[in-house]
Write a protein that binds this ligand. Structure first.
Ligand code: SAM
Length: 239
């Protein structure tokens, strides 16, 4: 992977993974947060979920290791004092001055650690009875096709919903609710990406062409296998 080409393709997209405002509203609606809640958006990307998160609390602290995404997020919300974007590691959220949080939202980023390991890292960054809501790669069928397996490009952490729920509980959380991320959430990510692929295509050099092909293949494959695999959205409270 040519990372310069990858990040040129992914610069200035509205979001970097599947999800829609309805996912945030549904998940944090289960949490019953107070109006003064401080919410962490862990692995926020460029802040595609921040506006929806603001409807559920008083402050959003967004954390992502990729500093240009945080720059984009801070530019987007420059006029909103309720939003703070920080370049940093979501493995160390408890070290932030804004911690502990009432809730941690983690869309499409927990797979970097795995469910149980990731939630165990989040625990000290939550207030007692704090809430975590996350989406995680999931099989929707018992025997996914080869194409569905290939969609994840060698990532071996995709789980069935039962196992995602079990690992959430094993990390010391009480399940509140769970459901799949709807296709609309995937299209909210893929359609702007598809438009950017088309815009970059005419002037793409060999490295960029390879990245454009790879990303377009990912979009096409998801559209073929979306009934077999996707993300599962889980809401849980610190037990
Ligand atoms: C698939 S993207 C999802 C971004 C965003 N949540 C969204 O839905 O648009 C995963 C994000 O996790 C970030 N990330 C990966 N490892 C991280 C870590 N250890 N700490 C913070 N962010 C991380 C990546 O930089 C990337 O922006």
């Amino acid at each position: 992977m040519d990372w310069d080409a990858f990040f040129k393709l992914h610069a200035d997209l509205p979001r970097e993974g599947p999800g829609a405002p309805d996912d945030v509203d549904w998940a944090l609606g289960q949490a019953g947060l107070t109006a003064s809640a401080v919410i962490c958006d862990a692995g926020s990307g460029p802040g595609g979920d921040v506006a929806a998160l603001l409807a559920h609390g008083a402050q959003v602290v967004a954390v992502d290791t990729h500093a240009p995404f945080i720059d984009t997020l801070n530019t987007r919300f420059a006029d909103d004092p309720r939003v703070t974007g920080l370049a940093g590691d979501m493995a160390a959220l408890a070290d932030l001055p804004q911690a502990p949080f009432d809730a941690i939202w983690c869309a499409g980023a927990l797979y970097f650690f795995g469910v149980q390991a990731g939630l165990t890292l989040f625990r000290p960054a939550l207030k007692p009875r704090g809430v975590v809501a996350f989406s995680y790669p999931c099989w929707f069928v018992d025997a996914p096709s080869q194409a569905a397996q290939d969609f994840w490009q060698g990532f071996d952490g995709v789980r069935p919903p039962d196992q995602i729920r079990a690992e959430t509980q094993a990390a010391g959380f009480q399940l509140l609710a769970d459901r799949p991320v709807a296709d609309a959430g995937w299209e909210a990510y893929f359609q702007p990406l598809e438009a950017r692929i088309a815009a970059l295509r005419p002037d793409a050099d060999a490295a960029m062409s390879a990245v454009l092909d790879e990303n377009m293949a990912e979009i096409d494959t998801w559209r073929q296998v979306r009934d077999q695999t996707g993300y599962h959205l889980v809401v849980a409270r610190l037990a």
